[in-house]
Design a protein around this ligand. Structure first.
Ligand SMILES: *[C@@H]1O[C@H](CO)[C@@H](O)[C@H](O)[C@H]1NC(C)=O
Ligand SMILES: *[C@@H]1O[C@H](CO)[C@@H](O)[C@H](O)[C@H]1NC(C)=O
Length: 216
């Protein structure tokens, strides 16, 4: 007797209720902290290339970004990204590999999370976090107690757990220099990174491509 009424009630109300709720803008929603203009973070990343320990140096005043990827029981790959769109991926061991790539966008701005949708609070890695989503791009978890990032997940499956996060830490200039073999012409014997897996799944390559898509 009551079933049909309930059914009709739910069926007719829910399609109207859900979209209006989704469009509602709640001005009390927390907003993600902008990235500090300079920081050093260490992370554990899981991506299709396998697990890696990543050292991440973000330096907005100098418009540069460095990540050092130690693959599990594998190679150590450096990536330096400059605001002019040039990125260098290289090893510093005897393999002397280097790949140079150009991107139509520079490094991530400190406010790159601006405009992300608030998804509520969730526990991640044991921390109570605020969670935001940039549609079709990233889910970003920030510790409520400290406002430090805990975790982010890109839509192509890249997952990164933040282990340490040092605000204001700056890497000395000499460490940003790509090695000389990056500047040789291919004809003169520059070694292209051999490991396609590593090359294709470098964090910044994917970061860039994702960001480029999200900006469009
Ligand atoms: C990494 O991701 C793969 C694929 O999703 C999964 O099978 C594996 O368990 C993950 N490793 C860790 C340490 O989380
Ligand atoms: C971009 O800047 C870097 C670092 O200064 C430099 O090595 C590279 O050649 C520049 N790229 C272009 C296309 O100017």
């Amino acid at each position: 007797m009551y079933f049909p009424i309930n059914f009709i009630f739910l069926f007719t109300l829910s399609p109207f209720w859900v979209p209006s709720k989704a469009l509602e803008i709640d001005s009390t929603d927390p907003i993600p902290s902008p990235w500090p203009h300079q920081f050093h973070a260490t992370t554990i990343m899981n991506y299709t290339g396998g697990l890696r320990k990543v050292d991440l140096w973000y330096d907005w005043p100098n418009k540069r970004y460095l990540h050092i990827n130690q693959y599990q029981l594998g190679k150590k790959l450096y990536g330096v990204e400059w605001q002019n769109g040039t990125s260098f991926y290289f090893t510093l061991d005897s393999t002397q590999e280097c790949t140079v790539r150009h991107f139509p966008v520079g490094i991530l701005r400190p406010n790159w999370l601006e405009g992300a949708n608030y998804m509520g609070q969730r526990y991640k890695d044991g921390f109570l976090c605020n969670v935001w989503e940039k549609t079709d791009f990233v889910q970003y978890y920030e510790d409520i107690a400290t406002q430090l990032p805990v975790y982010w997940q890109f839509y192509d499956g890249l997952i990164e757990h933040i282990i340490t996060f040092e605000v204001g830490k700056v890497l000395e200039d000499s460490k940003w220099q790509a090695p000389a073999y990056c500047f040789k012409e291919i004809e003169k014997g520059k070694k292209i990174l051999q490991d396609r897996k590593v090359q294709d799944h470098s964090l910044l390559t994917s970061f860039h491509e994702r960001r480029f898509k999200s900006d469009k």
